[in-house]
Design a protein around this ligand. Structure first.
Ligand SMILES: [Ca+2]
Ligand SMILES: [Ca+2]
Ligand SMILES: [Ca+2]
Ligand SMILES: [Ca+2]
Length: 304
């Protein structure tokens, strides 16, 4: 099995993917930003986007590490969970103050493992950038943007510890990010040679057999990119006494499958089963949350 994986939707309903999100800055009037504290980090979609925010009145937390060797001062937090292996870029270009930027793993602000950090990437304004960070599927990335400089208020407690608020000389943040899924590398190239020995096809983004799935998607799903009858599909959704039975094809032990469900085509898709490979039905699963009648839309993500 390669290190790559990606997703394909397969249901009667197509889910459109927005490739650029522009989010307005939202924070309590006169208060700290909503994502001031680590535990209130805001999720970034795992594709490309930009957002505008502020770290005015943001603070540093007890035992929070310095970011890119500074402070910490006025940190705000986001997180991203890659749906597959790939690379991640993030920068603060367009921010109107001297930023620092860091990406971590970890569940607590006092126990973080730094993956990368940057103070200035040469883009001007003291802005920061982190480029081509290798990321692993489902390993949550914690992203901190903070100020290069700031000031602190220290509170001392008689029984032995101090607590400092590290305010930053901050301002308006522009955060830009891009998640780039793994492209299959040489394994993909070798696979295309099986189907196009002359080298006359197999571009990742092309759909040479016109079945609606790109060659890359067919590689992921394990279908034949030169046969329009071969593509990833949900074969049946059937009400049973044990719940809804969802079967798809192909269902391969060399792939991993995630099952999502939404009550409506435009609603939030909830991950109800993940990383399936030894399928209870052989080529599918039973959604036993209801007994035979869980109305909604299913889609299956295949990962390689
Ligand atoms: Ca903070
Ligand atoms: Ca800087
Ligand atoms: Ca195709
Ligand atoms: Ca095909």
């Amino acid at each position: 099995m390669s290190q790559g994986n990606t997703e394909r939707y397969a249901s009667a309903i197509c889910l459109s993917i927005v490739t650029l999100w522009l989010l307005p800055a939202i924070s309590a009037p006169g208060g700290a930003p909503a994502n001031d504290n680590f535990e209130n980090a805001i999720e970034l979609p795992d594709f490309s986007g930009s957002l505008f925010w502020s770290n005015t009145d943001a603070t540093a937390e007890y035992l929070e590490p310095p970011h890119a060797g500074r402070g910490p001062y006025g940190s705000v937090w986001w997180y991203l969970i890659p749906y597959t292996d790939g690379t991640f870029n993030v920068d603060t270009h367009g921010s109107d103050f001297d930023t620092v930027l860091a990406v971590y793993t970890g569940d607590s602000v006092s126990a973080l493992g730094e993956l990368a950090s940057n103070d200035d990437d040469g883009s001007g304004e003291g802005n920061s950038g982190i480029w081509v960070l290798d990321v692993v599927r489902a390993v949550k990335l914690m992203i901190a943007v903070a100020s290069y400089s700031g000031y602190g208020y220290g509170y001392g407690y008689g029984y032995g510890y101090g607590y400092g608020y590290g305010y930053g000389f901050g301002g308006n943040i522009q955060l830009n990010w891009a998640f780039n899924p793994y492209d299959g590398g040489q394994e993909y190239e070798d696979w295309t040679t099986n189907f196009w020995p002359e080298g006359n096809g197999g571009e990742r983004g092309s759909d040479d057999d016109h079945d609606g799935f790109s060659n890359f998607a067919e590689w992921m799903a394990g279908t034949d990119p030169t046969n329009a009858q071969s593509f990833f599909r949900i074969r049946s959704i059937t009400a049973t006494n044990d719940g809804m039975a969802i079967e798809w094809e192909p269902a391969l032990t060399s792939r991993l499958y995630d099952v999502f469900w939404s009550a409506s085509p435009t609603g939030h898709y909830e991950l109800i089963m993940s990383n399936l490979f030894d399928l209870p039905l052989g080529n599918g699963i039973i959604d036993s949350r209801g007994t035979g009648n869980v109305c909604g839309i299913y889609y299956i993500r295949v990962k390689k």
